[in-house]
Ligand binder design. Sequence first.
Ligand SMILES: NC(=O)c1ccc[n+]([C@@H]2O[C@H](COP(=O)([O-])OP(=O)(O)OC[C@H]3O[C@@H](n4cnc5c(N)ncnc54)[C@H](O)[C@@H]3O)[C@@H](O)[C@H]2O)c1
Length: 254
Amino acid sequence: MKLSGKVGCVTGSARGIGWEIAQVYAQEGAKIVLCDLQQADVDRALAQLRLPADNMLGLRADVTAEDDVVRLFRAIKEKFGKLDVLVNNACFAWPREGPIDLEVAETPLAVWQKVLEANLTGTFLCSREALKIMRAQGFGAIINISSPQGKQGKLLRGPYSAAKFGVEGLTQVMALENSARKIKINALDPGGIVATEAIRNIPRNKGKKMLSPQAVRPCAVYLASDESAGVTGISLVATDWNTQQGIEVPYMIA
Ligand SMILES: NC(=O)c1ccc[n+]([C@@H]2O[C@H](COP(=O)([O-])OP(=O)(O)OC[C@H]3O[C@@H](n4cnc5c(N)ncnc54)[C@H](O)[C@@H]3O)[C@@H](O)[C@H]2O)c1
């Protein structure tokens, strides 16, 4: 097992890509911290992990709320005494309640702010609190979930693309600031549209071929494990990484 003895926290992990990463980290021997917006969702996911109570922790936390984030990382320190891996995953391209697919010329400030806060401010707040623990212990890994839109703009993705470019930049800055402290900080871009439940539920996506959520698993394990010791400040594309490693890229029909 590649993550034996490690403690990993995945934000926005009650479903989707975060849940996928939490599951594979548990299978690889890590102790798991889940967080999401609703405690009931966190409890349901925790139950499905089937880990001993000593090896998991689940809290309701909004990553955009400073008090929630401070409470989350304090609870991690109290329960496990350390934090090896943080995955900043909790995000969305458009608010789930809409509106969606807006041009920048018609985007309300409130929508812009929601997308920026979840993607970018959430990554900043969680990283800052995790770094307090990781700097004191002298090791750690942070993985920021990015997107193809964090490297190239796409129509009707103004706030999301701006936020993910920001996540890529923040990854590079944090890597520079922490490389001498044995803390590696990298981005992970799935490499395409991932058929999470929310994506599959969008009517126009029915029947389309998309990445299976499992596509992110091997790369997420690599960046969290000691195999990537010294690797910092890069943005890995899961599909490319899989291919380079000779691992099949799994697809599915939404
Ligand atoms: N699905 C894709 O096609 C795709 C592609 C590239 C990148 N991504 C990225 O992957 C990550 C996960 O996306 P997903 O598709 O799994 O989304 P999802 O909606 O399926 O899951 C996101 C989870 O995050 C939670 N969440 C949202 N805001 C939160 C907040 N403020 N605090 C705590 N939890 C919060 C949600 O409740 C949900 O459980 C995001 O960073 C997204 O940008 C997704």
